[in-house]
Design a protein around this ligand. Structure first.
Ligand code: FVH
Length: 307
């Protein structure tokens, strides 16, 4: 029995793009019992999914026509536009969910293209790797048409935990990129730390448990406090670790790197911002104030916790 025949009440879904992620998305829909139509530029990649019960569409237009819900997950937005642009006429009445990684502006432009053809649009950011798709550990952020999200919520939940962030289609990619930036910032520190101990012959595996525990402690303890300070704009008063002290200690990170032959490329930019903030007279304040050097304070902070 094919997987698609298992759940009769499940609505059809089309998945366009069968790279690592698109294949995982289509596989999760199949496993949940949805009739699935797939299309990929390189058609051979559909083989395994077809064996599991998916239908391979011959054209993008055919794939769009096959289902009320069309999920697109390709390399970039240029590819999305190349695929959807020519088939605009067949989009009317469908909901397009674009899970391709991109920027808020690209999401808004794509929303305009899709809704201009009479379709609903949801943008999305996948906070997971392909093997996690179909489990609650996969968080997928959505933004765009609230009505379309409600209508397809049950189907989208097949992919993982589904969170709708608002009607502005740019919100999902904004949060996606913010979370990924946080991750890459963390890994930049992890890579520097690993290089530092390696320069003394200490294995990365020896450092890893200690580092993981330290990072977890710091995130749990400091992130809520940092967020409070940024939203209030109050960086002084009751500061346990003032910026001037941290900047002085940071000199040792650079000096130790020099002594041990470790390139400082990943940590120099933060030190430069610390020094500038101290020079501006904020040495007795919290590290969180560095955010003021990165962006102008909005008149009113946006977001779910804004007052
Ligand atoms: N894989 C991951 O861990 C991450 C998790 C978070 C989300 N990202 C984003 O998901 C998008 C797709 O990523 P992917 O992992 O599936 O990527 P690939 O395996 O490289 O597959 C790319 C697919 O895009 C198709 N494609 C590329 N260019 C074009 C084009 N000009 N026209 C039509 N299709 C195109 C490609 O087709 P083919 O090479 O098989 O013919 C694949 O289907 C991405 O935005 C990640 O950032 C994944």
């Amino acid at each position: 029995m094919s997987e698609t025949s298992a759940g009769g009440d499940r609505p059809p879904v089309t998945v366009i793009g069968l790279g690592s992620m698109g294949s995982a998305l289509a596989g999760a829909f199949l496993a949940a019992g949805h009739p699935v139509t797939v299309w990929n530029r390189t058609p051979e990649k559909a083989g395994a999914l077809v064996e599991r019960g998916a239908v391979r569409a011959a054209t993008v237009a055919g794939a769009v026509a096959a289902s009320p819900l069309v999920v697109v997950c390709v390399l970039d937005y240029a590819a999305v536009h190349r695929l959807l642009g020519p088939v605009g006429g067949s989009l009317a009445g469908r909901t397009v969910v674009n899970l391709t990684n991109g920027t808020p502006r690209q999401a808004r432009e794509t929303a305009a293209l899709v809704t201009g053809h009479g379709a609903e649009y949801l943008d999305g950011g996948i906070m997971a790797v392909p093997p996690l798709i179909g489990t609650p550990h996969a968080l997928v952020l959505y933004s765009g048409s609230p009505g379309a999200f409600e209508e397809h919520r049950r189907t989208l939940r097949v992919l993982g935990t589904a969170e709708h962030l608002g009607a502005d289609p740019g919100l999902a990619p904004l949060h996606d990129l913010a979370l990924l930036t946080g991750m890459y910032g963390m890994f930049a520190g992890v890579l520097h730390a690993t290089a530092l101990v390696r320069s003394a012959g200490v294995g990365a595996r020896d450092l890893a448990p200690m580092l993981a525990s330290w990072l977890k402690t710091m995130v749990d303890a400091e992130l809520p406090r940092l967020a409070e300070r940024v939203d209030s704009g109050v960086y002084g008063g009751d500061v346990g670790s003032p910026l001037a002290m941290q900047a002085a200690a940071f000199d040792n990170f650079l000096r130790a790197g020099e002594e041990q032959g470790v390139r400082p490329d990943l940590i120099v930019p933060l030190k430069a911002l610390m020094d500038r903030r101290v020079a501006d007279g904020h040495g007795d304040e919290d590290l969180a104030g560095i955010v003021e050097l990165l962006t102008a304070r909005p008149a009113r902070p946006a977001g779910r916790h804004a007052s």
